[in-house]
Design a binder for this molecule. Structure first.
Ligand code: BJW
Ligand code: ZN
Length: 243
C-alpha cells in the first residue's frame, strides 16, 4: 500500500520502452550486440567520424519517431492523474514518458530529439515534420559549426544541475520504482543508494525481466514484462488506496 501523500520517484531505463519498439542496449537483442558503442556513443567517436555517428542517430530518430507509449508509460501517468506526486528520472532519450502524459520528467542522458552546437552550445530540436531520410551532418544556424545529438555519451559527465535536481528528489522520496534498467551505468547506478542514505522508510520496488545488481537493494523485485506488471501494480495500489 502506498500512502496517497507519498512522494514516488521512478528511475527508468530502456526496458520500459521495449514494448513500444525501442531497442534496449544490453542483452541478446540489445543495440550493443550489433553496434560498437566506442564507435558511436563517445565524444571521441564523434570527433573521428561525425557522419557515421549521425547516420546511426538518424536511424534511431526515425525509429523512435514511429513509436507510441505503451501500458507501462501509461500506468505511471495513471498514478499521477490519481493525485500521486510522481517524478520520473529517465535514462531514456526517447520522449515516451512525456507523450504518455507524465508531467515531471528529468532526462538524465539527454534527449534524442535535441540537437546541440559543439561550438556555441545552442540547443535546438528536430521538427515534428522531419522524416530522417537524409543523414547530413546538421550545421548551426548561428555559428555554422557542427551540431551533435543532445545526448550524454560514455566518458561525458551528466549535467550538474540535473544531477542536483535528481539528488534533491531522491533525498525526499518515499517510494522508489526502478523500472527496466540493467542498473550498471554510472552515475545513475548509484541513485538508489543515494535515495536509501538516511531514509530508513524508503520502499524500493524493482520491475525487470530478470534480477539486476540493484535487486539486492530493492524491497521487492517484480519479474516480468513491465508493460504487464506495472499496470497491475498501479491498479492494485489505487484499489488499496480506496479501501
Ligand atoms: C525489461 C523489459 C521489459 C527489457 N520489461 N524489463 C564509475 C564506475 C565505473 C564506471 C564508470 C563510473 N563512472 C563513469 C563510468 C563510465 C561509464 C559507465 O558507467 N560504464 C559502465 C559500463 C560501468 N559511465 C559514463 O561514462 C557516464 N559518464 C560519467 O560518469 O562521467 C564521469 C566520467 C567522465 C570521464 C571519464 C569517466 C567518467 C555517462 C554514461 C552515459 C550513458 N549513455 C548511454 C547512451 C545514451 C545516448 C543514446 O541513447 O544514444 O545511455 S549508454 C546506454 O546505457 C544509454 C542508457 O541510458 C544506459 C543505461 O542502459 P539501460 O537503460 O539500463 O538499458 P540496458 O539495455 O542496459 O538494460 C535494459 C534492462 O531492461 C535489462 O535489465 C532488461 O532485463 C530489462 N528489460 N525488456 C522489464 N519488457
Ligand atoms: Zn553554434
Amino acid at each position: 500500500m502506498i500512502s496517497t501523500d507519498a512522494k514516488i520517484t521512478v528511475i527508468s531505463g530502456s526496458g520500459i520502452s521495449k514494448a513500444s519498439g525501442v531497442p534496449t542496449f544490453r542483452g541478446t537483442d540489445g543495440l550493443w550486440k550489433k553496434y560498437n558503442f566506442m564507435e558511436l556513443a563517445t565524444p571521441q567517436a564523434f570527433a573521428r567520424n561525425p557522419k557515421l555517428v549521425w547516420e546511426w542517430y538518424y536511424w534511431r530518430l526515425g525509429l523512435v519517431s514511429q513509436t507510441e507509449p505503451n501500458n507501462a508509460h501509461l500506468a505511471l501517468k495513471k498514478l499521477e492523474s490519481s493525485g500521486y506526486d510522481i517524478m520520473v528520472l529517465t535514462q531514456n532519450v526517447d520522449n515516451l514518458h512525456e507523450r504518455a502524459g507524465s508531467s515531471k520528467v528529468i532526462h538524465l542522458h539527454g534527449e534524442i530529439f535535441q540537437r546541440r552546437c559543439i561550438q556555441c552550445h545552442d540547443i535546438t530540436y528536430w521538427k515534428s515534420t522531419e522524416t530522417y531520410e537524409n543523414p547530413i551532418i546538421p550545421k548551426c544556424p548561428k555559428c555554422n559549426s557542427m551540431i551533435r545529438p543532445g545526448v550524454v555519451w560514455f566518458h561525458e559527465t551528466l549535467d550538474p544541475d540535473i544531477i542536483q535536481r535528481s539528488y534533491n528528489r531522491l533525498h525526499v522520496t518515499d517510494v522508489l520504482l526502478i523500472i527496466g534498467t540493467s542498473g550498471v551505468i554510472h552515475p545513475v547506478a548509484t541513485f538508489p543508494y543515494i535515495a536509501k542514505q538516511g531514509n530508513e522508510n524508503l520502499i524500493v520496488y524493482e520491475f525487470n525481466l530478470e534480477p539486476t545488481p540493484l535487486s539486492s537493494l530493492a524491497d521487492k523485485t517484480i519479474l516480468g514484462p513491465v508493460e504487464k506488471t506495472l499496470p497491475l501494480f498501479v491498479s492494485e495500489t489505487l484499489d488499496k488506496g480506496k479501501e
